[in-house]
Write a protein that binds this ligand. Structure first.
Ligand SMILES: [Zn+2]
Length: 379
């Protein structure tokens, strides 16, 4: 098939007001990570109305549209995530102003998801099946924060051994991600006997110990290898009142690296610090609340092939060559299992992860062309 025939360009053109309405509608539906039910149901019902067959919602709240998948044929996965970083469970405000659509999550990842849905509609309309593989179009859950990539994990597990290529449509058009930044996230709780600030002065204070532990963690020099390694204490809380020696304090701590070895080094260091505070007879509880693996064992030739393919298509439709970078995306899971993967964006915008997030309406058309060409290249 000519990957972007006149017929397809016309299809995108003819459906432009429908796609615009879809984006505005979808943008209002709240979808905090791990609570994506409403968006998932909307996507499933919408797909079914377009004539898509065999659509299902799996246990991770992914909406899956399999096309031409048999019991065991190889599959190519395309996904875009439904979840938004904000905890809102009431409709999200969507405002159109000065050539932009503004809404929390509108670029990350609603606009990208719309390109996937419209291409799904095209495939259902035309009743076409890929040439030599199955295709999975997925509106996936759990990409953000403590969603911990659960949607991507579920797909990679369910189709284990069968995924030939994996694409996540996420972020903006100016870059692609082909290498995984791994991370670990811990909740750390310190407990002491505490007491009255005057009467029990001298008792151990959980806040003082946690603060000291943070100070120790921040003395670490990260590995000075070619890769990048970072750490951060993101939140801290604890204590009871101004006249109470704190019995409890906790924090969220994370570290990231694009090298597996350096990530392991960070973990050893963190665990050694926690252990050293335990030996001071304070209680230290650590819970692993998030883990994203690094790349491992991806065939460089196969990876280069799909990296170039996505780069060329983006360049063709946007006029600029996307920067290639590493990052933490839904591709971390397939990349950690040796599956060639690329994360790319199909929209221009800004302010991701803020309530002022926006997308450029003029960029939407280019985005549809990019997604359609890439998905339809499987046919
Ligand atoms: Zn995203």
């Amino acid at each position: 098939m000519d990957h972007l025939s006149l017929e397809i360009l016309e299809y995108i053109e003819e459906h432009s007001s429908e796609t615009y309405e879809l984006l505005l509608n979808l943008g209002t539906i709240p979808a905090p990570s791990n609570q994506e039910e409403k968006r998932a149901e909307f996507c499933r019902d919408w797909l079914v109305r377009q004539g898509a067959e065999n659509v299902y919602i799996d246990s991770a709240l992914n909406v899956v549209y399999p096309i031409g998948c048999t019991r065991d044929n190889p599959v190519v996965v395309f996904m875009a995530h439904t979840d938004v970083v904000f905890p809102d469970t009431t409709p999200l405000p969507v405002v159109v102003e000065a050539g932009r659509i503004k809404a929390p999550g509108i670029g990350d990842d609603t606009a990208n998801l719309c390109t996937l849905l419209m291409c799904a509609k095209y495939i259902a309309d035309k009743k076409i099946t890929p040439a030599d593989c199955g295709l999975l179009l997925v509106a996936n859950a759990g990409e953000e924060g403590l969603g911990n990539l659960k949607g991507s994990r579920q797909i990679v597990k369910e189709y284990e051994g069968r995924i030939r290529e994996f694409y996540s449509i996420d972020g903006y058009m100016d870059h692609i991600t082909t290498d995984a930044v791994g991370s670990k996230r811990y909740e750390v709780e310190v407990l002491t006997e505490g007491g009255h600030s005057f009467t029990n002065f001298g008792n151990r204070n959980a806040i003082a110990y946690l603060a000291s532990m943070i100070d120790t963690l921040y003395t670490l020099k990260v590995p000075q290898t070619k890769t990048k390694t970072t750490y951060n204490v993101g939140t801290i809380q604890g204590g009871t009142s101004v006249n109470t020696i704190a019995q409890q304090a906790k924090m969220l701590y994370e570290f990231r690296s694009d090298s597996r070895e350096d990530l392991e080094f960070m973990d050893l260091h963190f665990r050694a610090v926690a252990e050293s505070y335990r030996s001071k007879q304070v209680e230290v509880n650590t819970i692993l609340v998030g883990e994203r693996p690094c790349s491992s064992g991806v065939d460089p030739v196969k990876q280069d092939r799909i990296t170039s393919k996505v780069t060329e298509i983006l360049k063709k439709h946007t006029g600029t060559e996307p920067k290639n970078q590493c990052g933490s995306t839904d591709c971390n899971i397939p990349l950690s299992q040796g599956i060639p993967s690329v994360c790319f964006g199909a929209v221009r915008g800004g302010g991701a992860h803020t309530r002022q997030e926006w997308v450029d309406i003029a960029s939407l058309k280019e985005g549809y062309r990019v997604t359609f060409e890439l998905i339809l290249s499987c046919f």
